[in-house]
Write a new protein. Structure first.
Length: 365
């Protein structure tokens, strides 16, 4: 057995994790019903992976306006809460821990999802990306600039989603503030050109996140709330960086220290940012001295690099994405230095069991 630091327990704000390996949130599009209700197949999928120290579910839209992909499970209706109860019970019965990721895609959507209405965003700027609709990948459109009322309703939607998550039996929630979705659209000056209290200055562009956190008070304990950020995201999901992007994220991370959250979940750059003088190339190293709580780092780690980042003190936990898709028993395989199943990318988002719950567990022959 391997004695890597990855396999040692961790106390996450009073939640006992059996190891330091987190299953990262990944859209899998298996809620293939008109109401976006989680199902038994999804419960089986997450239960298979319950040996992860912590599971963070795929993004769950907090409202109908937050949807931008087909067949994703929401967290805004009673039927969805009932469906998620299947998932949390299945994971807990296997001894696992599970947070749900709260998601609003903002402008990364399409009128097809909203009865012809425009998607919502901080500003009316087309990300010039693709939204995955019933007709396949479809060009995004210029969104509707959110009114103050729209923003306040969205804050309320996140609050209600957190309450629904508690009712559904989750151990906590993760606010999705990364990957070019609504909250990051507010954070970045290239996607937010507002001149009211939600735009212009760093504090104003970050305001919606702290409005959401403040709304959580009395609904869910802060030590059951995480947040995901991708500070050096550039050239993907319609997001481009400028000179204010990192200072904005520095401000956010500093202020998060006041809340006593469960964790901060960061992603290293998806694509190289060496050509950008204002980008941070090593996210964990940059934010570890700033953030005082538990830090999770994600982006293409393997057993060796994950062990190294924890041993260096740059992160407390490491999140793995694709390896958990193909290897439900990834923790055991890493412990045994066993070979890994190869992932089938063709079935990432297709309905049914294939490429979802049919990956084999390791058996030493």
């Amino acid at each position: 057995m391997n004695q890597s630091v990855l396999f040692t327990p961790y106390q996450l704000a009073g939640l006992a994790l059996s190891n330091k390996m987190v299953m990262a949130p990944m859209t899998r599009s298996r809620a293939d019903n008109a109401e976006g209700v989680p199902n038994q197949l999804m419960a089986n999928y997450y239960a298979q992976r319950a040996s992860a120290g912590l599971i963070v579910t795929e993004g769950a839209p907090v409202s109908t306006t937050g949807v931008g992909y087909i067949n994703v499970p929401g967290i805004y209706s009673e039927a969805q809460v009932a469906g998620w109860k299947l998932v949390t019970k299945a994971v807990h019965d296997k001894g696992g821990k599970i947070f749900i990721q709260l998601w609003h895609v903002g402008r990364m959507s399409h009128p097809d999802f909203h009865n012809g209405a425009l998607p919502l965003a901080p500003s009316a700027i087309n990300p010039n990306e693709k939204s995955y609709t019933k007709n396949g990948f479809t060009d995004t459109v210029t969104p509707k600039e959110m009114t103050i009322e729209d923003i306040k309703q969205t804050v309320e939607d996140f609050k209600n989603a957190a309450a629904n998550a508690v009712e559904a039996g989750f151990d906590g929630v993760e606010i999705h503030g990364a990957n070019g979705y609504l909250l990051q659209q507010f954070f970045n000056a290239t996607s937010n050109t507002r001149n009211d209290e939600y735009g212009g200055t760093i504090e104003n562009r970050a305001r919606i996140l702290f409005d959401i956190l403040d709304a959580f008070k009395g609904v869910i304990d802060y030590n059951k709330v995480g947040i995901r950020l991708s500070p050096s995201l550039n050239g993907l999901f319609g997001i481009t960086m400028d000179e204010t992007t990192i200072p904005t994220h520095d401000y956010i991370v500093n202020k998060l220290n006041d809340y006593g959250l469960a964790y901060l979940h960061l992603t290293e750059p998806f694509v190289p940012v060496d050509h950008l003088p204002f980008a941070v190339k090593e996210i964990a190293k940059h934010y570890r001295p700033i953030y005082k709580g538990t830090l999770i780092i994600n982006r293409g780690f393997n057993k060796e690099t994950a062990t190294a980042v924890i041993e260096a003190g740059d992160a407390n936990l490491v999140a793995f994405g694709v390896p958990f898709i193909a290897n439900p028993d990834l923790v055991n395989r890493y412990e045994l230095d066993a070979p890994l199943n190869q992932v089938d990318q063709q079935t990432f988002y297709t309905p049914g069991e294939k490429g979802y719950t049919d990956y084999p567990f390791y058996s030493a022959q």
